[in-house]
Structure formats: C-alpha cells, structure tokens
Design a protein around this ligand. Structure first.
Ligand code: KL2
Length: 650
C-alpha cells in the first residue's frame, strides 16, 4: 500500500526528470546488421508520396521500356512517379497503400534503372542523384536539423519525385556507399525509426509489472541488404553479368484455401490488389534479368501481370498446374539480354504412374545471352519449379525432381551435340529444408536412399514417432517414366547403365567382394564388436563410399555441379535465414542453385565453365519477420521472400 502511494507520488517527478534528460540526451544510435548507420534522426511522413499504377488501356506493349521515368505509353502505362497522397487520418496509415509504398521507398536511395550494360555510367548517375538528394534534404528546413545522412532521401520523397538507383546497388555498391548510406533495400523492423527514436516513455506503468521502456541507447534494425560478393572475383573483360530472381508470390486461391496459415495477418495485407501492387513495385525496383515465379494464378497473370511484365521488356512463359489448380509457374526473361533457344513445359502428373499423381509443374528453358560481340557466350539453362508441398511424400518430390533433372539434361545434351557447354540455374520452391536429403541430393549430385523414410526426404516435419514408415526402395519410379537413376532419359544415348550386377554375370570376383566392405550392412558396427585399432574402428572415406554407391546402386545421381546461392545461416548475423513464414512456422524452402566450376577441371576454360556469384539480396530471420508481424505484411506481400542473385558468366 505504502509502496503504491509512493509510486504514484513520485511518478510525475520521474516523468519530469525523464523529459529533461530526454532533451539533453543524444538521439539513440541505430545499428544495421551490427553496424552503426544512423544517429536516430528520421523524417516524418510528408504530403506527397510515391506510387505505382497500372492503367490497362489495350493490348500490352511488347517493347522494352528504356525510360523508367516515363509516365505514359500508348497502349498501357506503367506509371511510376509522384502523386498526391490520399489524405491519411494519421492513425490509419498502414491501411493506406500509398503510405505503405512510401514506407517501402522512403529510405530507399535507388533509381529505377537496371544496370544492363553500362554499369559504370549508372553508378555515376547514381552518384549525381545522390547529391541531388542531399541538396533537397538540406533545403528542407523542417527536417534539416534532425535528418542524418541516411535519411536525406526520405526528405526528397517529400519534396519531389523519388529517384531510384538500383543500378549502383547491383553494379557498384562501393560507389553507392560513398554517395548515400545505407545501401540496399531497407526494411526496418518494428516501429518506424522516427517513432522509435522519439517515442515517449510508456504511459501506464501501473498496469504492468515490467519497467517502462527507458533504455534507448541503441536500436537494432535489420534490413534486407545487398551483399556484394564481387570482390572475390577477378574483373573479367568479356564477362556477362545478369541477375535472377525466384519468388513464390502466394496465389490468392491458395491463400483462401488455407486461411489458418494467415490468422496473424491484418485483412488488408492479404488483399490481392494490395499485394499485386507491392509485388510489381518489388519487380520494378530490382528488374531482374530473369524472373522465376511460383504460385502465379493464371487469371491474374494473364490480365494483370503479363501486360506489366511485357511493358517492362520481359518475354514470359507460363505453365499452369494440372487438374483444377488455378496457379502455376512463370519464367520471364529480359528480351534485350537473352534470346530463347528452347523451352519445355513440364507436367509431373503421369496417368500411367501411380506415384506421379500430383499436379505440380515446371518450366525448363535454354537462353542465349546477348551482349554486343559476345554471341559466343555459353547458353544458360533456366529451370523453375514448385515441388509438392506434402511433407510426408518425399518419394513424390524426388520423382518430380528427377523429371526436372532429366529435362535439364536434354538441354545440356542439346548444347553438347553442338559442341557447346551450357550453364544451369535451377530455382523455385522445393518444399524442402537445407541439409535435407532432397537438398543434399541437389547440391552433392547423389543420394543414397535405400530404406529412407519418405517423410525424411524434405525435412519439413518429424514423423519419427510413428510406428510404421513408408520407405524408399529401388526402383524409385516405374520404368515407364524412362528415367535412369542418373536422372537422365534412358532413351538418350548418353544415359548411363545402373551400377547393379549384370543379371547374366553374377561372378563375385575378389575385387567385387572387396568393394562390398563399404555397403551399409558392412558398415554397421555391433555394440560388442571387439576393438582392433585401425581395423574394426576404421571408417570408409567418402571417396570409397562414393565408389560403392556408384557401383551398387540404391543411389540417385545427377550430373550437374550445383551450388545454392543462399546458405542456411546468414553470414552477417549468424541467425537462420528463412524464405517463407506462416502461422505454422518459418523455414527456408526456396532456392536458387547455379552451376559451378567442376573440381579437377580447372585450366580447361570452356570445359570447366561455371557461374560466379557477384552478390545477393540478404534474407531475414524468423524473428526479424515476426517483428514485422509475420508474412505477408505491409512491406513483403507474399508468405515467401524474393530471392535475388547476381551471377557472372565468363
Ligand atoms: O509451402 V508452399 O504452401 O511452397 O508456400 O506450397 C504449397 C503450400 C502450396 C501449393 O500446394 O499451397 C500450400 N498446409 C499448408 N500449406 C499448404 C497445404 C497444407 N495442407 N496445402 C497446400 N499448401
């Protein structure tokens, strides 16, 4: 009782002292991925906002749109520019699309113009736009005092048209850093910086056992930043740099079909029109040279996305899922940078195969990069797919993946028959976790599957408590599929024979018996096995195991050398990166795999090949995303994040 009376007696005094100390106190520091970038200043929302509108007035314009500042075209308009914001009543800002768009952009020092060929030129353009930006910020008296270097572009958004310069971000981030900081595509988590910095102390401590939020010495802010990895690669004069995005955009029909997954979301962030605008904005910002989309609803794609993408200079290929599913996959590529050599639309459902009774699809296409006199550049095979979701059916996922590999192999062989090597990029939503058997198969080229429970394949769930497990045994799919365990069509001349004993020659030579010492049964050590150092404790080295699996089967192979562009652990914060989040949890299930130089083939330039990764857009952790109220949210319009990497073909 006495304590309560004392508390209320002293509260006004402590508030007064708090206010006074607030005046003296330095604004809190802001850390981006562990690095101090901001002194706590922030710009408040202004009267003008940036928006993106699609006015469909006729057939799509098939030509590229070289001038991103253009606001009108004769057939259809992709308008990016300034418009009057609808008046917001302050409390309702998050429900306002324009306000949300501003939130996406107002700290975004990027220009809408992708670095196609003249990287240098773009970077310089950015440097000058950066200085304009600074000048505008300095001229704005209202904000001059508290706007820090990183915030000046926000001031520009309020005073005139925002200018985006992704070019510099993707091409030359060092220059960007000197021009305007912070670099990257910035998504502060939690409250806006201005509110965080100047937030008054919590008002009703009497209702809470927790102390008032008083320590604001530092605010941790996480961003999706561009990770520049180009320094590790030598400047290649004849290099062809390009970017590729993989993005599951969450089909509205699937969203409505699984409402339980989105109970954490405010209604307005789930509206398709709102999400579409944000998706298009995202594509407009990054303008990837190749775009691989999943969960693209057919009607929306044809009516709303295709016209915009065509107008942006893309050629698009779409494949709807089979059965009564309304969504599918799309691959769009820049018509200026690539020509199409070949395309194959994949349906995984096979009427003659009980295993393959699901409606998932994929697209495999062969693209020829075009760059001035560089027609001799190796073609790039791009594969995009969305594998089955069902966590229990790893058997189906593997069979679907085998079809993708067999179709990629057709493209690879096609190039080989012309005496050329091609690079491979495999992307999509694989509904499988990093380090799962399916992921391991993709990244190592082999998977010993004998007896593996089907639920284990994707790592999505743990069903180990079950008494009975469906397991994988050879053959994984019927011979009618005509795909070997090397994931190549058997009818193709190069299809390798399976490594099992020939039926008519069961002569077990000493050599064969010797190799059997590495079979899984021989590798099991009984608990009471007598220890003979160097003998019974000897474990086979991986090369010998590899030889065993090649020789004796029960192993899936593919012939590509693929690396995942993203790793499970974020290199900056050491936290687990995720690509999708819903009420059920978060995980990394989307990937961009690209072909790398084969070990042992160095020196033979054309024979070795491989792509180099120059950079990527960082992912976020589950905690980061929950601080944004999960996915989808006002900033990220899908329950998946986009994956974006920049690759180099030399
Ligand atoms: O995980 V996904 O979402 O890659 O984002 O792929 C599938 C799931 C997509 C296409 O089938 O629909 C979602 N529980 C959770 N998600 C489901 C379910 C389910 N039972 N069925 C479909 N999806």
């Amino acid at each position: 009782m006495i304590a309560t009376v004392m508390f209320y007696a002293l509260l006004p005094l402590s508030r007064l002292i708090g206010r006074l100390s607030e005046l003296w106190h330095k604004a809190p520091s802001v850390y981006v991925n562990g690095k101090e970038v901001w002194d706590g200043g922030g710009a408040l929302p202004g009267p003008q906002q940036m928006g993106l509108q699609w006015h469909s007035t006729g057939s799509p314009n098939t030509g590229p749109d070289p001038d991103p500042t253009e606001t009108e075209s004769p057939q259809g308009t992709l308008e990016i520019g300034c418009m009057e914001a609808s008046v917001s009543d302050g409390g309702d800002e998050e429900e306002n699309l324009s306000a949300r768009l501003e939130e996406t952009h107002d700290r975004d020092p990027v220009v809408n113009g992708f670095p196609k060929a003249e990287l240098q030129g773009h970077a310089q353009a950015h440097a000058s736009s950066g200085s304009q930006c600074l000048a505008a910020g300095a001229g704005d008296e209202d904000h001059k005092a508290d706007v820090a270097p990183g915030a000046v572009c926000a001031a520009l958004v309020q005073t005139g048209c925002p200018v985006f310069d992704l070019a510099a971000l993707l091409a030359d981030s060092e220059r960007v850093q000197t021009a305007v900081e912070p670099v990257g595509w910035h998504f502060p988590t939690g409250l806006g910086l201005a509110q965080m910095s100047y937030c008054p102390y919590v008002q009703f401590p009497d209702l809470s056992y927790y102390p008032a939020l008083q320590d604001q010495d530092s605010i941790e802010v996480m961003w999706r930043v561009w990770e520049d990895l180009s320094e590790t690669h030598a400047d290649a004069a004849a290099a062809f740099d390009f970017s590729i995005m993989s993005y599951n955009i969450l089909a509205p029909d699937l969203l409505e079909g699984n409402p339980d997954l989105y109970t954490h979301c405010p209604e307005d962030v789930l509206l398709w029109d709102v999400r579409l605008q944000a998706i298009l904005t995202e594509l407009q910002i990054w303008q990837p040279d190749i775009l691989c989309l999943q969960e693209v609803q057919e009607d929306h794609f044809l009516e709303q996305m295709y016209p915009v993408l065509t107008d942006m200079g893309y050629t698009c290929i779409y494949k709807r899922r089979t059965g009564n599913k309304t969504d599918g996959c799309a691959v769009c590529y820049s018509s200026e940078r690539f020509t199409q050599l070949s395309v194959n639309l994949l349906e995984f459902r096979r009427p003659d195969c009980e295993l393959l009774d699901r409606d998932n699809v994929g697209i495999v296409l062969l693209l020829q990069p075009m760059a001035g006199q560089m027609e001799a550049l190796r073609p790039i095979c791009v594969a995009n797919t969305h594998l089955l979701f069902n966590p229990r059916r790893g058997d189906v996922k593997l069979a679907q993946l085998a079809i993708v590999f067999a179709e990629i192999d057709i493209m690879v062989q096609k190039c080989r028959s012309e005496g050329r090597r091609c690079e491979v990029i495999l992307c999509g939503d694989f509904n499988s976790l990093p380090s799962s058997p399916l992921w391991t198969f993709i990244t190592t080229g082999q998977l010993y599957y004998h007896g593996l429970p089907t639920w284990m394949v994707s790592g999505q769930t743990d069903l180990s408590y079950k008494v009975h497990h469906t397991r994988l045994f050879a053959p994984l799919w019927p011979s009618s599929l005509d795909i070997s365990d090397r994931c190549q069509y058997r009818s193709e001349p190069q299809a390798a024979a399976s490594g099992i004993f020939p039926v008519d020659n069961r002569q077990y030579s000493h050599d064969v018996m010797l190799q059997l010492r590495y079979c899984p049964a021989a590798c099991v050590r009984p608990a009471d096995l007598e220890l003979i150092p160097g003998v019974t404790d000897k474990t086979p080295d991986p090369e010998d195991m590899d030889m065993f699996s090649r020789r004796f089967g029960h192993t899936l192979h593919h012939t590509l050398s693929l690396t995942s562009a993203y790793s499970e652990i974020r290199p900056d914060t050491q936290s687990a990166a995720v690509t999708t989040l819903n009420s059920d949890g978060a995980a990394m299930v989307d990937y961009i795999f690209y072909s790398t130089r084969r070990s042992g083939s160095a020196g033979d330039q054309e024979g070795a090949g491989g792509l180099q990764m120059l950079g990527r857009l960082s992912l976020l952790s589950e905690a980061d995303l929950w601080s944004l109220r999960g996915l989808p949210n006002e900033t990220f319009p899908s329950d998946h994040l986009s994956l974006l990497v920049k690759l180099q073909l030399t």
